[in-house]
Structure formats: structure tokens, C-alpha cells
Design a protein around this ligand. Structure first.
Ligand code: PXP
Length: 239
């Protein structure tokens, strides 16, 4: 099974918003990413709309032909938007106003009752539901019980490892968790902090079907262009 790459285009919008004059356009970036091998486009409509705006999301829904993944916090406001817009899937993430980026997996035990109620109307509309969690068995089981069909493992800890021993430990944790998730019938994605510097070992993690990468690709694209930045990752994950 080939590993897919989903490209998060939030930071194209960050750059656009620095001037607010319409460019670079995240939709143009999404189409270019698809043309050069992205199997999906990811964007995060945050409560404070700091990068992607509602209009971007509507245009992305029209334009994206692979798979549109809307990252969102568990709020009624964004749920209403998701139900009307019908992305191919939503990825539920924790969101704090003051954070620079998503800081960790969803606290699934703490929010379990609300989570079950939140997932149902999305699944009823045939929207896929992924939950961004730490790679650990209890969270995986709760995600499955809540009705999610996908789990995305937070790889932030892995991406910050500074020794070979730590890296090997984290990879093993991710590998085992991915196997458990697949045995429970879930699809498995990994993301956060992945880049050309640390993605290579993921090629061997056969239960992970997709990686979701944003910042590193967009940052690299500034120097070598978006198609080349995508190709670098694809070359490293091709099985
Ligand atoms: N997956 C999820 C759920 C995220 O919240 C993020 C950050 O927006 C990413 C993947 C991508 O992380 P990065 O920008 O570090 O590649």
C-alpha cells in the first residue's frame, strides 16, 4: 500500500493575510498541490480565522477534487459550517486561542460524552471523522467508540526527539498504536512537525496510510517551489 500525502495549506493563507490583498491564494496552492501528487488538501478553520477564512473554505470545497479535510475544534459554530459544506472529512483537534499551532492530541477521555454527540450528525451526513490523538491504546479505543472512522496520531513528540533512543522509542509507540488502530477497523494518519528531516522512517510503518504535512512543505516551498517541496516528501515516503 502506498503512503499518501495530504498537504495542509493554512500557511499560504497566513502569507496572504500578511497583506490582505488576495495573494498567494490558498485555493491556487491546493490545486497545484493536487497536480503534483497531494492525495488530499487539509485546512484548519480556526475560531479566530487567523489563516483560512470562511470564503477560502467555500472555494476549496468547490475546487478540491482529491479529498478535503477540514481540521476543526469541537464547537457548534464550526460544526454547523461543516454540516452545510460537507468536506470529505473533518479532523477534530483541540484548539486554544493563544497557541501558535495545535499543541497536542485531543483529550478524548475528558470530552467523551460531548464527542459522541458531536460525531454523530457528521457521520449521519457521510462526512468522515478523524480524531487527532496521542498514539495510545485507550484513546484509540475511545475514538472508535465515539464513531470516528479515522485516527490521526500526533507526531509532535516524535518530531522534537533529540536522541536516537528517544526517536526509536517514539517510532515504536506509533508503530504499535497504528497496528492496534487498524485492528479496530480504523484508518490511520500521522501528522504534526513532519518534514524531510524526520519523515523517512514512516515509510516502514505499514499501518499508517497517510501523512499530513503543512508548515515544513510551505516553508520549503519558499525556496524551491511547492511542486518540488511536495516531491521531496513523496520521494521519501514512496514504498
Ligand atoms: N495534522 C493536524 C491535526 C494539525 O493540527 C496540523 C497542524 O495544523 C498538522 C497535521 C500539520 O502540522 P505541521 O504544520 O507541523 O506539518
Amino acid at each position: 500500500m502506498t503512503m499518501r500525502l495530504a498537504v495542509n495549506i493554512d500557511h499560504i493563507a497566513t502569507l496572504r493575510n500578511a497583506r490582505n490583498e488576495g495573494h498567494p491564494d490558498p485555493v491556487e496552492a491546493a490545486l497545484l498541490a493536487e497536480k503534483h501528487g497531494a492525495a488530499g488538501i487539509v485546512c484548519h478553520l480556526r475560531e479566530d480565522r487567523r489563516h483560512i477564512k470562511d470564503d477560502d473554505l467555500a472555494r476549496l470545497r468547490e475546487a478540491v477534487t482529491t479529498k478535503l479535510d477540514l481540521e476543526m475544534a469541537m464547537t457548534s459554530e464550526i460544526q454547523k459550517i461543516a454540516l452545510a459544506l460537507r468536506p470529505d472529512l473533518v479532523t477534530l483537534v483541540p484548539e486554544k486561542r493563544e497557541e501558535l499551532t495545535t499543541e497536542g492530541g485531543f483529550a478524548i477521555q475528558k470530552h467523551f460524552t460531548r464527542l459522541c454527540e458531536f460525531v454523530k450528525p457528521l457521520r449521519d451526513k457521510e462526512i468522515g471523522v478523524s480524531i487527532f490523538i496521542e498514539p495510545e491504546e485507550e484513546s484509540i479505543a475511545l475514538a472508535a467508540e465515539a464513531g470516528a472512522n479515522i485516527v490521526e496520531f500526533h507526531t509532535g513528540i516524535y518530531s522534537l526527539c533529540t536522541s536516537d533512543a528517544q526517536t526509536a522509542y517514539e517510532l515504536e509507540r506509533i508503530r504499535n498504536s497504528a497496528r492496534i488502530a487498524r485492528e479496530m477497523g480504523l484508518s490511520v494518519v500521522a501528522g504534526h512537525g513532519l518534514s524531510v528531516l524526520n519523515i523517512a522512517p514512516f515509510k516502514e510503518l505499514r499501518d499508517i496510510e497517510e501523512v499530513s504535512i503543512g508548515h515544513a512543505i510551505i516553508a520549503r516551498a519558499v525556496f524551491i517551489g511547492l511542486p518540488a517541496a511536495i516531491q521531496e516528501i513523496l520521494d521519501l515516503i514512496r514504498r
